[in-house]
Design a protein around this ligand. Structure first.
Ligand SMILES: CC(C)(COP(=O)(O)OP(=O)(O)OC[C@H]1O[C@@H](n2cnc3c(N)ncnc32)[C@H](O)[C@@H]1OP(=O)(O)O)[C@@H](O)C(=O)NCCC(=O)NCCS
Length: 211
């Protein structure tokens, strides 16, 4: 177990394969809580089977941040993203506190897109009561560090719903831009937006000099 230098009150755990229960269920519960409304407004249904299958892909890696304090009051759901505020959802009825100290997680897989070696970020989820404390930024920093040192890929790539305005701003601030394989942003307000965009950021792989 380790921690990120700028997030001393959180512990970071790397899982090279999908974790077992009860952690797995806690990760899924947080994911559904955060994303349910965006899914049903963007593509009309919450894809339970597909999500669980994806989360259990044998090589899916996870970074999990847990609050390293006994003060579990941090997990009360105090905030909602601006995209879901005011909307009543099925996910609202599901607790995020199956693991009271779970604060955030990221999941990712190395792969190839159009011949380019990439690290594909599948999920980045911060528990509502821990948002806006740089946990998302910290996890992305660690994902990018691992992309360079561990996986030697050219870029980190991810998908974001066009309706997820705060996440798009978040990724933009971290230097992510529309990938060449993404749907383009419509020019002119009358054109409909695509449901999602594919964003990416090049990462620098330093070649090791062999003696
Ligand atoms: C999007 C998400 C991952 C960002 O993680 P986060 O930990 O909340 O983000 P950070 O704290 O690193 O930064 C987020 C924003 O909060 C701001 N912020 C950070 N600390 C703050 C503080 N103490 N006070 C006020 N604002 C703060 C940042 O400047 C940034 O602002 P921006 O909206 O203008 O970009 C997170 O909000 C989340 O999990 N959302 C729901 C799930 C989701 O949409 N995931 C992405 C799927 S693609």
């Amino acid at each position: 177990m380790e921690s990120l230098p700028f997030l001393p009150t959180y512990t970071l755990t790397h899982h090279p394969t999908p974790p077992q229960d009860p952690l797995f269920t806690s990760l899924y519960t947080l994911l559904k809580h955060n994303m349910y409304t965006l899914y049903i407004t963007s593509i009309l249904s919450w894809p339970t089977k597909r999500k669980l299958h994806q989360m259990r892909l044998p090589r899916m890696q996870y970074l999990v941040l847990r609050y390293s304090s006994d003060d579990s009051s941090h997990n009360t759901v105090e905030t909602q993203s601006s995209d879901t505020r005011g909307l009543s959802t099925q996910a609202d009825n599901e607790s995020t506190n199956s693991d009271p100290l779970l604060a955030a997680f990221a999941s990712f897989l190395p792969g190839t897109v159009h011949g380019v070696r990439v690290l594909y970020l599948y999920e980045l989820q911060v528990s509502p009561s821990h948002q806006n404390r740089h946990l998302g930024e910290g996890l992305m920093w660690e994902v990018e560090r691992r992309a360079v040192t561990g996986h030697r890929v050219e870029k980190v790539i991810l998908t974001v719903f066009s309706a997820n305005v705060s996440a798009r701003r978040f990724y933009q601030r971290l230097g992510y831009e529309l990938d060449a394989c993404s749907s383009k942003m419509p020019v002119g307000e009358e054109l409909p937006e695509p449901s999602f965009y594919i964003l990416s950021k090049p990462v620098v792989t330093v070649e090791r000099v062999e003696n």
